[in-house]
Design a protein around this ligand. Structure first.
Ligand code: ATP
Ligand code: MG
Length: 298
């Protein structure tokens, strides 16, 4: 069922049950049903009714074994995040799905003032695996509900990074809000770089990308870590934006240097291959690191 339709079927009681389950996320894989019912402060029969409904809608998952319990699913977490974003006036309507990936589902959305936005709902995948070591202190044993916790951490990371980068004037989509694993940014009318066949000024586009990497490195102190022609959006005016930041690492991270080199290499090689721009990886790297103030075209 589509997320917007699913969301509209939920009552205040249903949200009380989802919230109660969310509170148990760190304590149990499956929260015992008595604990959930107690936390909702609802009359017992109403809480059970809602649990049945949410289970049918797959917003929660039932466990029957040594005890009866439930856990929140990603769909359930989506609905909690949506409710928070809607009630805070960050988004008002949900549109088509823009993309489904291993790491996120991205939807078109509208703000209350009618501005087009994107809603990115984190899933687990590469990003989370990369973060696993750091995150493990939060999640004993790494039970599957830890995926939800890791997705929430990824959401917060991406939002905070975007906020800082945007404030510093880097070319990233403007962040509009965040809840749990959901990040809302302005919608960019554009194409992923890998789909762009020609540019009137490819050199300017490359410079724009390297400038954003330079601001990230020198001013925000971070390295994207997953940069490629898939995480760059180019608008019809040929403005190039870097998206998809949750896996960033700090400049002093042991892998930062290696990741920065890789990010630079991917971008420079892509521009050489597709647009015949002759900039050396080393020159680009030195520019991003602030060792030079311009890029020579060799
Ligand atoms: N601000 C935006 N404006 C327009 N489109 C966007 C925006 N943010 C994301 N998208 C679209 O959604 C896709 C996925 O976004 P993003 O790269 O942030 O997520 P991801 O974790 O890589 O997800 P996936 O695994 O689906 O690639 C992008 O490639 C782009 O097409
Ligand atoms: Mg991406």
């Amino acid at each position: 069922m589509r997320l917007a339709i699913l969301y509209k079927q939920l009552s205040a009681n249903d949200f009380k049950v989802l919230s109660a389950l969310e509170k148990g996320l760190r304590e149990h894989e499956y929260v015992p049903v008595e604990i959930i019912v107690g936390r909702t402060r609802l009359p017992e029969h109403q809480a059970y009714l809602s649990l049945g409904k949410l289970n049918r809608l797959k917003l929660i998952k039932r466990y029957t074994g040594r005890y009866v319990g439930y856990k929140l699913t990603f769909r359930g977490l989506d609905c909690l995040a949506l409710r928070s974003l809607v009630s805070r006036g960050i988004i008002e309507a949900l549109g088509d799905k823009l993309g489904v990936g291993k790491e996120s589902d991205v939807y078109l959305a509208l703000t209350p003032t009618g501005i087009r936005a994107t809603l990115k709902l984190m899933r687990v995948g590469r990003t989370s695996f990369r973060q696993t070591k750091r995150v493990r202190t939060y999640v004993e044993g790494g039970s599957p509900s830890s995926w939800l916790i890791q997705a929430k951490i990824a959401g917060e990371r991406e939002y905070k990074a975007l906020e800082e980068l945007y404030r510093l004037g880097a070319m990233v989509p403007k962040p509009l809000g965040w809840s749990r694993h959901a990040v809302v940014t302005e919608y960019l009318e554009g194409l992923e770089l890998y789909k762009v066949r020609s540019l009137s000024d490819p050199e300017a586009a490359l410079t724009m990308i390297l400038e954003t990497m330079r601001i990230a490195y020198l001013k925000a102190g971070i390295v994207h870590g997953d940069l490629s022609e898939y995480n760059i959006l180019v608008t019809p005016e040929e403005k190039a934006y870097i998206i998809d930041w949750p896996q960033y690492v700090y400049r002093d991270h042991p892998s930062a240097e290696r990741l920065l080199r890789r990010d630079v290499d991917y971008v420079v090689k892509f521009f050489r291959r597709r647009f015949k721009i002759q900039v050396s990886e080393l020159d680009a790297l030195r520019y991003v690191k602030g060792e030079t103030n311009g890029i020579r075209r060799s």
